[in-house]
Ligand binder design. Structure first.
Ligand code: SF4
Length: 243
């Protein structure tokens, strides 16, 4: 799915711009004004219950079930996609089916996996927790209603690195109209609450299934992610306060 420029501008007007603003644009973390109280007090269990019961946007009417996310709550890696598709909606898990198998292969290629322990563990979620009917583009109001859940997931997980999959998630995370080609190949910094997180953008596995020639670009992005994660781990391990 794609997000056109007018949608991206609408997200800004809805207040989503400060939510995902890049660190380079910030002098200090920006507190976000939201249309409803964010689930900032919920633990993992409470958050999953809140998502499962959510009726904050019209997508609740057509979903089979919500798709909360999967993986280790202690993971240092977080992968974020767009929204559940038909198979995800049926099974209640993100990235299943052909695109999910490709994602699992991508993860395994850099030593990661949704069922792996420790530093190899990942958590996988989507920006939207319910499937848009017919896999249409989510609209700005749906994104605004659902993003507090993703923000709470990030805050609870406190990942060392976030990898964003596909143009929709990248544009939503970075509040940007830019193409995925221009967002790849560098480390963004995104503020969630008072914390900043490094974010790397790459193509969505579903796109890759249709554009196999871009697999090498994804490999480059995953290598950048690996290198960045290793550097961050080393930096943490050598902080003076830890000595
Ligand atoms: Fe609630 Fe998000 Fe589902 Fe909308 S998409 S009903 S905000 S969980």
């Amino acid at each position: 799915m794609a997000v056109n420029e007018s949608s991206a501008r609408l997200w800004h007007r809805l207040g989503l711009g400060p939510l995902w603003r890049e660190r380079a644009m910030l002098s200090s973390p920006v507190l976000v004004k939201e249309s409803r109280p964010p689930p900032t007090q919920l633990d993992w269990e409470g958050l999953e219950r809140a998502v499962a019961a959510c009726t904050a946007c019209s997508l609740c009417q057509s979903r089979t079930q919500t798709v909360f996310g999967t993986g280790s709550h202690g993971a240092g890696w977080m992968f974020i996609g767009e929204a559940p598709g038909a198979e995800e909606d049926a099974r209640g898990e993100p990235f299943v089916g052909q695109a999910g198998r490709l994602l699992d292969n991508m993860l395994a290629a850099v030593g990661l996996g949704r069922d792996r322990p420790g530093e190899q563990a990942v958590f996988i979620a989507n920006v939207l927790k319910c499937r848009p009917p017919g896999n249409r583009n989510p609209d700005a109001a749906e994104v605004a209603a659902c993003v507090p859940f993703l923000r709470r997931q990030i805050a609870l997980l406190h990942p060392r690195l976030i990898v964003v999959l596909g143009r929709f998630a990248a544009q939503a995370m970075l509040a940007s109209d830019a193409s995925i080609a221009s967002l790849r190949g560098r480390v963004h910094q995104v503020a969630v609450g008072t914390e900043c997180y490094p974010v790397i953008v790459t193509y969505h596995p579903a796109y890759l299934l249709r554009n196999l020639a871009d697999k090498s670009k994804v490999w480059d992005d995953l290598c950048l992610a690996r290198k960045t994660y290793s550097r961050l781990t080393t930096d943490c391990a050598t902080r003076p306060s830890d000595a």
